[in-house]
Design a protein around this ligand. Structure first.
Ligand SMILES: [Zn+2]
Length: 302
C-alpha cells in the first residue's frame, strides 16, 4: 500500500515541479496519519458485535412500530426512515444514544429517523412505539409553534392594537391589549391563536417540571443554562406523546403529567389537528388558509 502511494505521480497543472513534489509529500503524510488513526481505533469486541447484531435484528419490529404509530398520529410514513447510524449526545454530563431524531429545519424538515442501534435490547415493543410517538410529537409541536410565532408577529405589527380607541370607565382611552396580554374585543376574535397561547408561561411549566426522568433531565440542563427553553419544552411535549403511546391512554389519564402541561399539550394537539385538516399538508400556511382555520377554531375549542 505504501509503495502504491509513493509511486503515484500527480500532475497538477499550474504547479512547479517543486510544488508538485511538496504536494505529494504532504498528501502521503496525511494518508499515513489517517492509516495510523484507523489502526489505533479500538476493535469491536465479540460481545459488542453480538449486541449490535441483536439490535439490528429488531428492525422488522421497529418497522411495525413506525407503521402503527404513524397511522395513529396521521403522520406521513414516507417521512420516517430507519437508519443504521449511531448517534450520541450528552445531557447533564451523561451520554445518551439517540433512539430517534426529528429534523425541524433545513431541507430535511419534517423528516424523522429512528436508530435501532440506539435502542437497547431490553426495550419493550410498547417503548419503541413511544420513541416513534416522541419524534412525531416534535414535528407536531414544531408546526404549531411556527403558526403561533407567525400570529404573534402579526399581533405585534397590527396598528389597530396600538390605537388608543378603547374607552375605559371614566373616559380614559386605552390600546387594544390588556395589561395581562389578552386582546380586547373584537381583536381577540381576529387573533384566536395568539389568544389560545397568551398565558403560556415557561416559568409556570418549569415549576411543574418534567413528566419523565428524561424530560426532568432537560429541565435541569435548562436551569444550568445548558439547554434552551425551546428545546426543553419540545422534549417535554414529546415525552407526553411517548407516555400516551406507551400506555395507550390519553393525557388526562397520565398521572405523571401535571395540570399545566396537560392543558397546553391538549391545546397543541387540537391546534395541530386544525392545521392538518387542510387537505394538502405540504402547502404553505398562507393567509387564506389561516383565515379559514381560524374561523373553525372557536368551534374546536369550545
Ligand atoms: Zn426528543
Amino acid at each position: 500500500m505504501n509503495k502504491e502511494i509513493e509511486n503515484v505521480t500527480i500532475d497538477k497543472p499550474g504547479l512547479s515541479r517543486e510544488e508538485q513534489s511538496k504536494f505529494v509529500e504532504e498528501t502521503t503524510r496525511k494518508i499515513k496519519e489517517l492509516r495510523k488513526f484507523i489502526k489505533d481505533l479500538p476493535e469491536e469486541t465479540p460481545a459488542q458485535k453480538a449486541q449490535k447484531a441483536a439490535r439490528l435484528d429488531r428492525i422488522p419490529e421497529i418497522r411495525d412500530a413506525v407503521k402503527k404509530v404513524a397511522k395513529r398520529l396521521d403522520y406521513p410514513i414516507e417521512k420516517i426512515t430507519i437508519s443504521k447510524r449511531k448517534e450520541t449526545f450528552t445531557l447533564n454530563g451523561r451520554q445518551f444514544d439517540y433512539a430517534g431524531a426529528a429534523y425541524l429545519e433545513g431541507n430535511r424538515k419534517g423528516e424523522i429517523e429512528i436508530y435501532p442501534l440506539g435502542i437497547s435490547i431490553g426495550t419493550s415493543a410498547k417503548e419503541i412505539e413511544g420513541v416513534v410517538a416522541h419524534e412525531i410529537q416534535h414535528q407536531r409541536w414544531q408546526k404549531v409553534s411556527e403558526v403561533w410565532a407567525a400570529e404573534n408577529k402579526a399581533v405585534m405589527q397590527d396598528p389597530e392594537i396600538k390605537e388608543q380607541k378603547w374607552e375605559m370607565p371614566g373616559g380614559r382611552k386605552v390600546d387594544g391589549m390588556k395589561p395581562d396580554g389578552h386582546l380586547r374585543p373584537p381583536l381577540d376574535k381576529k387573533y384566536p391563536i395568539y389568544e389560545l397561547f397568551v398565558d403560556f408561561s415557561v416559568t409556570d411549566l418549569k415549576e411543574e417540571d418534567g413528566v419523565t426522568e428524561y424530560s426532568r433531565d432537560w429541565w435541569k440542563a435548562f436551569e444550568k443554562g445548558e439547554a434552551t427553553s425551546t428545546q426543553t419544552v419540545h422534549e417535554t411535549f414529546a415525552e407526553i406523546a411517548h407516555l400516551e403511546q406507551k400506555f395507550g391512554v390519553g393525557v388526562d389519564k397520565l398521572v405523571a403529567v401535571k395540570p399545566q402541561w396537560r392543558k397546553w399539550y391538549k391545546r397543541v394537539q387540537k391546534l395541530y389537528e386544525a392545521i392538518e385538516k387542510n387537505e394538502n399538508r405540504e402547502r404553505d400556511l398562507d393567509e387564506k388558509f389561516m383565515q379559514k382555520m381560524k374561523k373553525e377554531l372557536p368551534e374546536m375549542f369550545k
